[in-house]
Design a protein around this ligand. Structure first.
Ligand code: HEM
Length: 430
């Protein structure tokens, strides 16, 4: 067969598509919708992978694990030579467990993970989530201005997941450092020095978890790590490597996603004062507001699969070994499913039909936890910061990532010491 350019014949906007252009990172939706109309599956020549933007095509691929494999979804550079004895199985999260495995092995591990992190466990943790969020907020409530991402949205989820796992409070700073490095590693453009620093963090996290797992095997507690180690017959079959991989994936999956979503939630609510007022005056709208932000600006743009054989998708033939970018964020703006997709509508009848948490085999295991964190965070911020607003003239910067979407900083202002207006959200959640 003649060698031909797989992007030949695409309209110029798709042919020249640069997923990392700053304008596109800030507002990818017009181009993704153009693709939905013209070519819902297309080759991104600048990145060397295939993009899938149509909701139907994304669901078709996500359902077909045999052909659209997740096995290579977390790909990293090799472990640096001098760390190879500290990381004999590679990077902890790269060992197959959840997001990087396929059925039937995935199903077995997922069953164990599901039992260890249920909605009931999240409900039990809610007072602790509220306490963590309150103490973060107390550290800046009198300042009248803050970068809410750095001071609140970043530390909240990592502290919560550490508490869930059973990490000792004294180990929290190290744990936060390792979690941050775990996420940074997913950036293929990381420079060599930074890569080595992150790899060293991985070695430390690996050793730390090995020790904690050994402790839990001896002396189980009421925490997530103990449940993974010793939660029943099937669970005892998880190896240390699988538990460590799973834990590292919970860290990666559970931190930046929630940080970014919280930033997106505040940005969207505060950019239209009437929206904020609607939610303030009716706490029942907090849930719909979170779902609508998950739909309109989810923190995950897309995630990857690799084809195990040549396959047709959306009328396009993908070769074996193709890297396929399932754009969950684009599916949420598919106008065939969500009329007026760019409009934020609190009363959207199908507002829970978004795919922000994926669908099918790899559906997000942390969705109940993320929803609880977002709800509690929003309740508290609106309660304690009554005239909360966006600071003027700030530049919003999005990371050049094919996976995540969230502002790196978000400067907010309020008048310290203002009482909460009556009928205000401060009355909820108590
Ligand atoms: C707003 C926050 C979040 C968003 C938008 C989000 C999004 C997603 C998406 C789209 C997937 C599907 C991946 C795929 O199909 O390839 C996923 C899977 C996953 N998420 Fe989340 N997530 C969030 C929060 C969390 C939290 C809090 C945790 C951990 C506690 C977590 C852990 C995971 C894990 C481990 C998987 C892999 C599940 C599997 O393969 O079976 N996520 N998430």
């Amino acid at each position: 067969m003649p060698n031909r350019d797989p992007s030949a014949g695409l309209c110029p906007a798709l042919h020249d598509y640069d997923p990392f252009a700053p304008d596109h990172l800030a507002d990818p939706y017009p181009l993704w919708r153009l693709s939905q109309r013209e070519a819902p599956v297309f080759y991104v020549s600048k990145a060397g992978f295939w993009a899938v933007t149509g909701q139907a095509e994304i669901l078709e691929a996500a359902r077909n694990n045999e052909v659209f494999s997740s096995r290579d979804s977390l790909n990293f550079r090799p472990v640096p030579e001098h760390l190879s004895d500290r990381l004999p199985n590679g990077f902890p999260q790269a060992y197959p467990s959840l997001i990087n495995s396929d059925p039937p092995e995935h199903s077995r591990i997922r069953k164990i993970a599901n039992r260890s992190l249920t909605p009931r466990h999240v409900t039990v943790m809610e007072p602790a989530i509220r306490e963590i969020a309150t103490s973060l907020l107390e550290s800046f409530v009198d300042d009248g201005a803050v970068d809410i991402v750095g001071r609140f949205a970043v530390p909240l989820p990592v502290t919560v997941i550490a508490r869930f796992l059973g990490v000792d409070e004294n180990d929290l700073p190290d744990f936060q450092r390792w979690s941050h490095a775990a996420f940074l590693m997913s950036n293929p453009n990381l420079d060599e020095d930074e890569f080595i620093r992150c790899a060293t963090c991985h070695a430390e996290l690996n050793e730390y978890l090995q020790e904690r797992i050994a402790e839990r095997r001896q002396d189980p507690r009421d925490d997530l790590l103990s449940r993974l180690v010793d939660g029943g017959e099937e669970t005892t079959q998880l190896s240390n490597e699988q538990i460590i991989s799973l834990t590292a994936q919970l860290l990666i999956g559970g931190n930046v996603t929630t940080t970014d979503l919280l930033g997106n939630l505040l940005l969207i609510l505060l950019s239209e004062p009437e929206r904020l007022q609607a939610v303030r005056s009716n706490p029942a709208l907090i849930g719909p507001a979170i779902e609508e932000v998950l739909r309109i600006k989810s923190s995950i743009r897309g995630l990857f699969r690799t084809t195990t054989r040549e396959v047709e998708l959306g009328g396009v033939t993908l070769p074996e070994g193709a890297t396929v970018w399932l754009l969950w964020g684009a599916a949420n703006h598919d106008e065939r499913i969500f009329p007026r997709p760019d409009e934020f509508e609190l009363s959207r009848p199908n507002n829970k039909d978004h795919l922000a948490f994926g669908k099918g085999t790899h559906f997000c295991i942390g969705a109940p936890l993320a929803r609880a964190e977002l709800r509690i965070a929003l309740e508290l911020l609106l309660e304690r910061l009554p005239d909360l607003r966006l600071a003027d003239e700030q530049e919003l910067v999005y990371p050049a990532s094919p996976v995540s979407q969230g502002v790196e900083r978000l400067q907010l202002e309020w008048t310290p010491g203002q009482p909460a207006p009556s009928g205000h959200l401060g009355r909820v959640g108590r």
